[in-house]
Write a new protein. Structure first.
Ligand code: PLP
Length: 385
């Protein structure tokens, strides 16, 4: 087998932590916890239900929510769909106005466009030069009929962190609901939903060392009775999301979130150290630029644009697995909508790479990657040196 490339794409997905795999497989076989959590009449179902509820507490705990405010979904894409469509449809009246931004994940952008087609006005805010959405920009975009604002906590391409508490205050003062896509933020940014003025928040397990295909939506007090289910059949999850609960996935997400809580500070310090080690080596390359705010960011994700020339990212991909734009856009091969919104042209976008670090990144990985990237630049025309 060929040697695998170095993994620098944790923002696209993470491997499942071995400790998570262990609790996950215990929910599968006949000797395990395989019951249907809805089978409340016998011990198999009751045991599964207990595990599901423990996982709900673990997820709630990481983000300062109450367990009963967590609704299981199939991932952040579904959570985003439920939040936006659910709030829009629960109003029972046509029209109205939603605010989001140009640099959201496609799961928000495409859903917002769907609502636009259905007759709802949508403002797609332009980020500032640092890739941030400011409370002031939100305030200025608010209209009399704005009923929902949806913005991300951490941008998946840039690693920038919006000031969600400050934006939330603006939204709440105007009486609208506030949804936050926290798929990239959970476990990396301290989230406190008991204090933050946020009404809905989306989570995904596979960005935090859990399995793919499981996520959650936080539904706060103000949103109850103001959210319409999108998947019907059996009334699971308080009627908000039907379907037999995937015990193994849910238990795994709970464990992943509990591990993130337990190692929060330690892991952050580790990633900061690795990021510094990487940047020290890469910022020596002439003309390289870090995209997005240098300060308001998580250390895990770095978007770097290399200067004019033949920076051969395709060749580099054989030895380092990174995202050339965003994994979510890679299917279409279009220039990143995030970089275009920041004012980059398509050519600059094509000279941009996203490196994302995580739990299993080593100093050796960092040094090797830095060498490979420097070599890729050195083989470009002379003005690199
Ligand atoms: C990955 C991601 C999603 C989609 O999550 P899935 O669980 O893969 O559906 C949504 N928003 C952001 C910001 C993401 O990074």
């Amino acid at each position: 087998m060929n040697k695998r490339p170095l993994y620098f794409d944790y923002a696209a997905t993470t491997p499942v932590d071995e400790r998570v795999i262990k609790v996950m497989v215990e929910c599968l076989g006949f000797n395990g916890n395989f019951g249907n959590p809805a089978s409340s009449s016998h011990a198999f179902g009751q045991q599964a239900r207990q595990s599901v509820e423990q996982a709900r507490r673990q997820v709630a705990e990481l983000v300062g929510a109450q367990p009963e405010q967590i609704v299981w979904t199939s991932g952040a894409t579904e959570s985003n769909n439920l939040a936006l469509k659910g709030v829009a449809q629960a109003r029972g009246i046509a029209g109205g106005h939603i605010i989001t931004s140009q640099i959201e994940h496609k799961a928000i952008l495409d859903t917002a466009k769907q609502l636009q087609d259905a007759g709802i006005a949508v403002t797609f805010l332009v980020p500032d030069a640092d890739g941030l959405i400011t409370p002031q920009a939100v305030s200025e975009a608010m209209r009399e009929d704005t009923f929902l604002v949806s913005l991300m906590l951490v941008n998946n391409e840039l690693g920038t962190v919006n000031d969600i508490p400050a934006i939330g205050q603006v939204v709440r003062n105007r009486g609208a609901l506030f949804h936050v896509d926290a798929a990239q933020g959970a476990g990396k940014v301290a989230i406190d939903l008991a204090e933050w003025p946020v009404d809905l928040m989306s989570f995904s397990a596979h960005k935090l060392y859990g399995p793919k295909g499981i996520g959650a939506l936080y539904v706060g007090l103000r949103t109850q009775q103001r959210l319409l289910a999108q998947i019907h059949g059996g009334g699971h999850e308080g009627g908000l999301r039907s379907g037999t609960l995937a015990t193994h996935q849910i238990v795994a997400m709970g464990e992943a979130f509990a591990l993130a809580a337990a190692s929060f500070d330690e892991e952050k310090a580790l990633i900061v150290g690795l990021r510094e080690r990487l940047l020290k080596q890469l910022l020596g390359i002439a003309g390289v630029r870090l995209n997005g705010s240098p300060t308001q960011r998580i250390p895990h994700t770095l978007s770097l644009t290399f200067s004019e020339g033949e920076f051969n990212s395709t060749a580099l991909l054989a030895s380092i697995a990174f995202s050339a734009t965003s994994a979510c856009n890679s299917a279409s091969n279009a220039p990143s909508h995030v970089l275009l919104a920041l004012g980059h042209d398509a050519r600059a976008a094509s000279r941009t790479i996203r490196l994302s670090l995580g739990r299993f990144t080593t100093e050796q990985d960092i040094d090797q990657a830095a060498q490979l990237i420097k070599a890729a630049c050195a083989s470009a025309p002379a003005f690199w040196q």
